[in-house]
Design a protein around this ligand. Structure first.
Ligand code: PLP
Length: 391
């Protein structure tokens, strides 16, 4: 089955539910067993790790539908849902680590993942070393006897470096370490983590899966080998997601393929337009042929999403305010992956430790939404006009 088709049919079984096109949403904590035998049978099935329904947090038809859809699309064995992308990252890390272990964390990672390492993981006796996103097979020199996890995210947060994930995974596996990936940028459609050596793959479903900026959710999918520890740790953490958020995420995923195609096409149009602007020092988008990560992107990825960055020539804060305070279509806010366009400056403190950031001017992160590209260009052009006038 082609992926576009799978997005439409996954998790639906209309004739079991009076012909309703969509799966009913299960709001349940308590599940009642009709007999003692049924109770015992469900308990035994759960021990065998079957997708039975015994308690709300243990899994319902609603949560299984999303988990199975994400696992199938990413190519993992099974998946679990979490109340946010960050909760998914924390669960994946805690599943693979214990006191005394060492983590190799990519320097260009999503900032809260860095906070997880420097705060909670350190407090529980796990040490982290940050590595160069461009390290590739050179990661071998950084491995320690107690390195248990190599964490990758491609492209990098804010600075969009591409990583040679197959090369990193080969070295990590030879050493007995697991590879955890934050695969949010590509979504399950545009990068297939398990084909490239990843052991646990995270989606901040808040972004493209849900796609409408109205909820928080996360998923982790895992290989068969990593699955048991993920499931057991997640059970102990008591993590899950609410049925309505899961349902809205499944609803969002029905249109994921068409949305992503449009995000990519519009992002390319805007990236090319930005390249020709005198206010712009550089555009960082792996889908651009001149981008330093383009060769790896082309080799490993199946497409690009709508999130990238551009650096302005040095500008004052007043100039930046003049531009950003009056955008008509671009909102200034965190998160991304929704239908709407966003434009946010990267905070200096989030870039100063980055190995591959030598920019002189402000770095703006742009999420290209589903509006007409010509309207977005008009909005940006007017913004650049205000920026110049405020000089
Ligand atoms: C947003 C984001 C997350 C976290 O998702 P939340 O649902 O906001 O917790 C994780 N990784 C990346 C790359 C993200 O952009």
């Amino acid at each position: 089955m082609q992926e576009e088709t799978r997005l439409i049919v996954e998790g639906r079984d209309p004739h079991r539910y009076h012909g309703a096109v969509n799966l009913p949403v299960y709001h349940a904590s308590t599940i009642l067993f009709p007999t003692l035998d049924a109770h015992d049978a469900a308990y035994e099935a759960r021990k065998r790790d079957e997708q039975v329904v015994t308690y709300g947090l243990a899994g319902t038809p609603t949560s299984y539908a999303l988990e199975n859809a994400v696992a199938a699309l990413e190519g993992g064995y099974r998946a679990l849902v979490y109340p946010s992308g960050l909760a998914a990252i924390a669960a994946a890390m805690l599943a693979c680590l214990k006191a005394g272990d060492h983590v190799l964390m990519v320097d260009s990672v999503y900032e809260p993942s860095r906070m997880l390492c420097d705060g909670l993981l350190r407090r529980f006796g796990v040490e982290t070393t940050y590595y160069d996103p461009l390290v590739g097979a050179g990661i071998k020199a950084l491995l320690r006897p107690n390195t248990r996890v190599v964490f990758v995210e491609a492209p990098g947060s804010l600075t969009f470096e591409m990583q040679d994930i197959p090369a990193i995974a080969a070295v990590a596996h030879a050493h007995g370490a697991l590879v955890i990936m934050d695969n949010t940028w590509a979504s399950p459609l545009l990068f297939k983590p398990f084909r490239h050596g990843v052991d646990l793959s995270i989606q901040a479903g808040t972004k493209y899966l849900a796609g409408h900026s109205d909820l928080l959710i996360g998923t982790v999918s895992a290989t068969k080998e990593a699955w048991t520890k993920l499931r057991e740790t997640t059970r102990s953490l008591g993590q899950g997601a609410g049925p309505d958020d899961i349902n809205l995420t499944l609803r969002g995923m029905r249109t994921l393929a068409v949305r992503l195609a449009r995000h990519q096409a519009s992002a390319m149009t805007l990236a090319e337009w930005l390249l020709g602007r005198p206010e712009v020092a550089r555009v960082i988008y792996p889908a651009l042929p001149q981008d330093s990560g383009h060769a790896i992107w082309k080799r490993d990825f199946l497409g690009a999403s709508g999130l990238f960055a551009f650096e302005l020539h040095p500008a004052s804060r007043a100039q930046l305010s003049a531009m950003l305070d009056h955008m008509k279509l671009f909102g200034m806010g965190y998160s991304w992956g929704g239908f709407e366009s966003l434009l946010v400056p990267a905070r200096e403190e989030r870039l100063k430790h980055r190995l591959h950031w030598d920019g002189k001017g402000p770095l703006l992160r742009i999420h290209v939404g589903l509006e007409a590209p010509s309207d977005l260009i008009e909005d940006l052009a007017a913004g650049f006009e205000r920026l110049r006038k405020a000089a």
